[in-house]
Design a protein around this ligand. Structure first.
Ligand code: C2O
Ligand code: CU
Ligand code: CU
Length: 586
């Protein structure tokens, strides 16, 4: 009798605990809305969102919504027109990560959108079918603006991918999964830190989702500030990688783990056929990461301390439900036939370096932590073009890193092919089109430095778009490092014909001093040049000054301009050709 009573008491307790748990444990994963067509309206706003289940809403920023933004569908070959309205109280930018487009449309730090302004870039989509994304890129503000929630996915379709028997029902068997983590203060507000204590999957804490019992595609973006995620399933099942960042692989690659770094995307197929009624967890197996891979460190305190460091944790609790009508049930054996770039065709090998510099050695720069991570031995300078890449060049970029830490390196304008990582060919799942490549830390080094430098080589072709004014960026995709100056820029030039370079045919001149805060002066390469017209526009092309036949000897007074980047367009009296130069009002 006593035994039975004890048993039933235990049973009731267990039932109560499990009811409590199932209520509190999971939230249903949010799926971003979609926009398609060729005209896209994106409103960037400060807002708030109930991210934590109880208590205060979190102050966030969203694009057409409360956190994050809509998923944009592009068709290869279409010209897409963007209408971006910045309703924030701050300037921002919106960068089309992974896209091949004119530099002036790129949305990097040079295409600032001031508060209240509208920016309307447009370009022809030439990228392969794959998963891309858009996010703010305002220098020194990227970490903060991404933390608040700004960003969104882009899915490109093309005829090759569309002809394959792949899951393609968005939110049903083709599921966007945006990975990031956040730190909440006691009143549920985000703190701007490199590592959060809580996993956010599509902006959802403790996310769960029901998928059909068939082949399911997950499009996974690492949208974190810093952390890498070592993806895998709780039952160690195989999954099939079908894309690298910028397109399909030749064939699916079966894996049980895939290490995804900040900025990278991967699409995977998972076969859930016949598993209706079961569950499995998509996890980050980060306990096994090395100490110098983001998320593999375990700082007990200080600015990098966080609850997810060097542990395994859940990303998504997957409930497997009934199959849909006409399900995909098999993994295709081949996908596409990539024609990769050949190192023998390279015009040049550019040698870049990544190194650590003691933060205390850099005057006037605030660095979180002991090290500044730097490219080519210097911090980012928005007025300095590190390279001039001739239009049409095929280039090998060889990155040698003596940094103790691993850095995901990203370049704008192009998709590239990895040639080697420390002498070895890339893994099969990375042997396609990429725009982020992980540069491992020096081997055998420690916090004090030392070790054997890592060397990563990739190859890219710089086609189509030359612009001597607007540069493209290359940088570490850990937003903290990027904001602290681990970034550089290059211009693509067209010296031969000038046809695609809008700025190559006008008068040769330079602006001095630059930066300036009072007056700027013009110096002509040919002293006989007369100015017919000068127009000064701000970073979004709003005309500030129109000066017909200006007297330039006394300079141009710019003291009333707000601080920032400006363009001075000068028309030659004789030829009526114009050239533009950039200057900075400091
Ligand atoms: Cu996703 Cu230059 O960035
Ligand atoms: Cu980018
Ligand atoms: Cu970095």
């Amino acid at each position: 009798m006593k035994l039975i009573r004890q048993h039933s008491f235990l049973f009731i307790l267990l039932v109560l605990v499990s009811i409590q748990k199932s209520k509190a444990q999971y939230n249903s994963m949010w799926i971003p809305d979609t926009l398609s067509g060729t005209n896209f309206n994106l409103d960037i706003k400060d807002t708030f969102s109930q991210i934590v289940n109880t208590g205060n809403q979190t102050i966030t920023a969203g694009i057409n919504g409360k956190f994050w933004g809509p998923t944009l569908f592009f068709n290869q070959g279409d010209t897409v027109h963007m209408n971006i309205h910045n309703f924030l109280n701050d300037s921002t930018t919106l960068h089309w990560h992974g896209f091949h487009l004119p530099a002036v449309m790129d949305g990097g730090p040079h295409q600032v959108i001031p508060p209240g302004s509208i920016w309307q870039p447009y370009w022809k989509v030439t990228n392969n079918a794959a998963t891309y994304w858009y996010h703010p890129h305002l220098h020194t503000m990227t970490e903060e603006q991404i933390t608040k929630g700004l960003g969104g996915l882009i899915i490109v379709r093309d005829p090759i991918e569309s002809a394959l028997a792949l899951p393609r029902k968005y939110g049903v068997d083709d599921i966007p999964v945006v990975l990031t983590d956040r730190d909440f203060n006691t009143s549920n507000q985000f703190t701007v830190v490199p590592y959060g204590d809580s996993m956010l999957t599509n902006g959802t804490l403790r996310a769960q989702y029901t998928v059909p019992s068939q082949v399911v595609r997950f499009r996974i973006l690492n949208g974190a500030i810093e952390r890498s995620y070592n993806l895998g399933f709780s039952d160690n099942r195989s999954f099939y990688v079908i894309t690298s960042d910028g397109g399909l692989l030749n064939a699916p690659v079966a894996l049980t783990r895939y290490l995804l770094h900040a900025g990278e995307r991967v699409e995977i197929l998972v076969n859930c056929s016949g598993q209706s009624g079961t569950t499995v967890d998509l996890k980050a197996f980060n306990a096994s990461l090395g100490n110098f891979v983001a998320g593999g460190e375990n700082f007990p305190n200080g600015p990098f301390a966080n609850a997810l460091g060097k542990i395994d944790f859940n990303i998504l609790h997957v409930n497997i439900g009934p199959a849909t009508a006409s399900p995909i049930t098999t993994i295709p054996s081949t996908l596409t036939n990539n024609i990769l770039l050949n190192a023998a065709n390279a015009n040049i090998t550019r040698k870049l370096t990544i190194s650590d510099s003691s933060a205390s050695l850099i005057p006037g720069v605030t660095i979180l932590g002991p090290n500044a991570f730097i490219l080519n031995h210097k911090l980012f300078d928005i007025t300095h073009n590190e390279y001039e890449v001739p239009l049409g060049n095929t280039e090998i970029w060889e990155i040698t890193s003596s940094s103790v830490f691993g850095h995901p390196f990203h370049i704008h304008d192009v998709e590239f092919n990895i040639l080697s990582v420390n002498g070895a060919a890339p893994d099969a799942a990375q042997a396609g089109w990429k725009d982020v490549v992980f540069i491992p830390g020096a081997t055998g080094g420690g916090p004090g430095g030392g070790g054997t430098p890592s060397v990563v080589k990739f190859i890219a072709k710089f086609d189509d778009y030359a612009d001597s004014l607007h540069p493209f960026m290359f940088h570490c995709h850990i937003s903290l490092h990027e904001d602290e100056g681990m970034m550089g820029q290059f211009i693509v030039t067209n010296k031969t014909t000038g046809v695609k370079d809008l700025h190559a045919t006008g008068p040769e001149f330079s602006i001095f001093p630059n930066p300036a805060n009072n007056k700027i002066f013009i110096s002509f390469a040919d002293a006989s040049t007369q100015a017919y017209y000068v127009r000064i526009t701000n970073a979004v092309g709003r005309t500030i000054y129109m000066l017909p036949r200006p007297q330039l000897n006394n300079g141009i007074d710019i003291s009333s301009l707000a601080k920032g980047i400006y363009y001075l367009e000068l028309t030659d009296e004789k030829t009526k050709q114009t050239s533009t130069r950039k200057f900075i009002r400091e």
